[in-house]
Design a protein around this ligand. Structure first.
Ligand code: EPZ
Length: 420
């Protein structure tokens, strides 16, 4: 099996180009089912999760070609059929559930196995189902499979109990061709929601207010094929910003916009990191400064992103003083704490908070990735740990980062992937 080996002590320098956002590309691929025309996604990140959702669409009859060199995915859903996807595929990646809204809109019925939880939480889908029910769908769940039926979805006013990203996306996609207007309140405001709406509007949808807590969708008769370049991955960008901070380095991020990274940038600046937008899509990060401890609470956007929690924890573990991180989004997203403590971090969990006492030095050792962002956090810690850090279960990391070791090596870090 493959592991990632990190030798600590190197400073970073130079430029890193950020890939397109996994959490944008996945719903965009799912929504290609809404049209029989061909969709072409450019600058697509060749991630494992992207492969999985393409595999899922192919199993439904979509014709997909992936050009890894050009980073292009072409999707022809003209021959998609209303069949139940394999439960194994759906459970392998929860985001598979994002095909439910588009399939219901296209066929008036759809069956899919419940996605189940994952390491970081039970990951319920009650809000997805509540939204589709409000649009007129009849819903039944039996034997771990959910079936939704409705000949013609009708627009409605929906208030989400929690601004769920996935539920917002499923409801928005299903509403694009519903009869009448849908008003979605307490909607998720993540940049990837805005990007999905921009993609759907380019296809001919009429969506207003995406990126705010109220999204209005006017149903249209049909959507057409388009070419699209998704937004950059703000979590990958944030991961490299934090790597620069922990190694006290100065690096430049290309294809990254500060506007979509405000909560993280504000917190890093509060710590003392110097972050400068050079041009619209270029950010310079200088971590060669004295850093201060901070307190963080993860919240829906524009709050601090839960997907940056483990990475900034690794950074705070090396900052003199006491920092507190409270995780409010997922009920079990502190599994990286025990792995970081193996490296000499001093982190204590109290309920939904982690109390972090900064230490002078970390020591490399064998650790395990427990989710894709936790894996990135262990690499970040390894960059400054004495000796070698060996990260296992790196399949988690490959779900969300393209060639992460190569990108770090190009910045001067000693990060290698080896078969062991
Ligand atoms: C998306 O997951 C992202 N995944 C996650 O990124 C991200 O951590 C999460 O949003 C929060 O920002 C993709 O976009 C593919 P949610 P999603 O629905 O849609 C509760 C990564 O690292 N909830 O906003 O599943 C749920 O229990 C991944 O790239 C309900 O209660 O997130 C959780 O506590 C990890 N009922 C909270 O909302 C529902 O019906 C956030 O879930 C749905 C969600």
């Amino acid at each position: 099996m493959e592991k990632i080996f990190v030798s600590g002590g190197n400073k970073l320098k130079g430029k890193v180009r950020i890939d397109s956002a996994k959490n944008s590309v996945l719903p965009i691929i799912a929504s290609s089912i809404l049209t029989s025309d061909t969709i072409i996604i450019k600058n697509a990140p060749m991630l494992n999760d992207v492969q999985v959702i393409c595999e899922l669409l192919k199993s439904l009859g979509c014709n997909i070609s992936i050009n890894k060199i050009k980073g292009e995915i072409s999707i022809d859903s003209s021959k998609v059929q209303e069949i139940e996807p394999s439960g194994e595929l759906v459970r392998r990646m929860r985001a598979s559930f994002l095909v439910m809204g588009p399939m219901l809109a296209r066929f008036g019925k759809f069956k899919i196995s419940l996605p189940g939880g994952c390491n970081i939480g039970t990951r319920p889908i009650d809000l997805h189902l509540k939204g589709l029910k409000a649009l007129g769908a009849e819903i039944s769940t039996e034997g771990g499979v959910v079936e939704v039926r409705c000949n013609k979805l009708k627009g409605n006013k929906i208030y989400l109990d929690f601004p769920s990203v996935g539920a917002t996306e499923n409801i928005m996609m299903a509403s694009t061709t519903a009869k009448g207007v849908t008003v979605l309140e307490n909607a998720a405001e993540e940049p990837e929601i805005e990007d999905l709406a921009n993609f759907l509007n380019k296809m001919g949808a009429k969506i207003y207010g995406a990126g705010t807590d109220t999204i209005i969708i006017e149903g249209v008769d049909r959507l057409k094929g388009v070419e699209y370049i998704p937004i950059f991955d703000r979590i990958e960008a944030g991961t490299f910003m934090i790597a620069a901070a922990i190694t006290k380095s100065k690096i430049t991020l290309e294809n990254a916009r500060e506007y979509y990274m405000k909560p993280l940038v504000a917190k890093l600046r509060e710590m003392g990191v110097e972050i400068t937008s050079i041009e619209d899509n270029v950010i310079e990060v200088n971590g060669n400064v004295q850093l201060k401890p901070v307190d963080i609470k993860t919240l829906p956007h524009p709050g601090f992103p839960t997907d940056m929690q483990s990475q900034i924890m690794a950074l705070l573990a090396t900052v003199k003083g006491t920092s507190v991180i409270t995780e409010t989004i997922f009920e079990n997203r502190f599994m990286h704490v025990s792995e970081l403590n193996r490296m000499g971090c001093k982190i204590k969990i109290e309920g939904r908070s982690a109390i972090i006492e900064g230490v002078e030095e970390l020591s490399g050792c064998e650790v395990k990735a427990t989710d894709l962002r936790a894996g990135a956090a262990l690499i970040i810690a390894g960059l400054v740990a004495k000796g070698e850090t060996i990260v296992d279960d790196i399949y988690h990391i490959d779900r969300g980062y393209v060639n992460i070791e190569e990108k770090f090596r190009n910045l001067g870090a000693k990060v290698y992937r080896r078969e062991v």
